[in-house]
Design a binder for this molecule. Structure first.
Ligand code: SF4
Ligand code: SF4
Length: 226
């Protein structure tokens, strides 16, 4: 589809590289946000949401627990897939949202003592060891994620993958050989995230809203959505 110029810098990068560091995003979700809104689908394929605390993470995984009697548990087992969004901030313009979608599997009760130690409030919900026998732990082990920070000016966006999943590069890109350098896209971009280099437009992917206005006005059809 042509020669796209992709600019990609990230709030969390692996040290000494320009690679996104999923572990740092996961740590942020667990430590800074914690409660997420998780979507699964029911047997009719319709979405259902639930508030779920992300209780631990490592390099390639997030961990949470649920009770086996919940319909949420059945949906996780049947689908093996979920999506969630976690938001931190007082209002829209001072908020960070992190969204993750990926494969999930039950790993059983072995990690429950560790999750209770790291999340001591759980002792108030399930005070007695017998009551914890209803619980089991799930691991989100392969997928993709997106960081969206409206508190930055311009806004900040980044994506990452984990567990071997292929990172999805979504957004709007300028096909360099088609760009005639007219500058119309630059004049309409609400985030001022397009600039010219060597007479051609370049979109800074890290600041793009994905509004699509640049593509609408381009007279050369040089901007594509991926
Ligand atoms: S999609 Fe919107 S925010 Fe992104 S470069 Fe185009 S006009 Fe700017
Ligand atoms: S509007 Fe299209 S042709 Fe004009 S500078 Fe932007 S990308 Fe290039």
């Amino acid at each position: 589809m042509g020669d796209w110029t992709i600019r990609f810098s990230l709030p969390f990068q692996k040290e000494g590289t320009d690679m996104p560091d999923a572990e740092s995003y996961f740590r942020y979700i667990v430590k800074e946000i914690h409660t997420t809104i998780v979507a699964t689908t029911d047997d009719d394929g319709l979405p259902v949401t639930a508030a779920i605390d992300m209780m631990d993470s490592d390099e390639n995984s997030l961990y949470f627990l649920t009770a086996k009697g919940k319909s949420f548990y059945n949906r996780l087992i049947r689908r093996g897939f979920l999506a969630f969004t976690a938001i931190k901030g007082e209002d829209t313009m001072h908020s960070v949202a992190v969204s993750v979608r990926g494969k999930v599997r039950e790993i059983g009760p072995e990690r429950i003592p560790d999750l209770f130690r790291k999340n001591p409030y759980m002792n108030e919900i399930y005070p007695k060891p017998e009551s914890r026998q209803a619980l089991t732990v799930f691991q989100i082990y392969e997928g993709t994620g997106e960081w969206f920070d409206l508190s930055q000016k311009p806004i900040e966006r980044a994506s990452f993958s984990f567990g071997g999943a292929t990172e999805r590069k979504e957004g709007f890109f300028v096909t360099q050989e088609s760009c005639i350098g007219c500058g119309r896209c630059i004049s309409v971009c609400p985030q001022k995230c397009i600039k010219k280099e060597n007479g051609k437009a370049i979109i800074n992917q890290n600041n793009c809203l994905h509004c699509g206005r640049c593509m609408e006005v381009c007279p050369a059809g040089a901007i594509v959505r991926v």
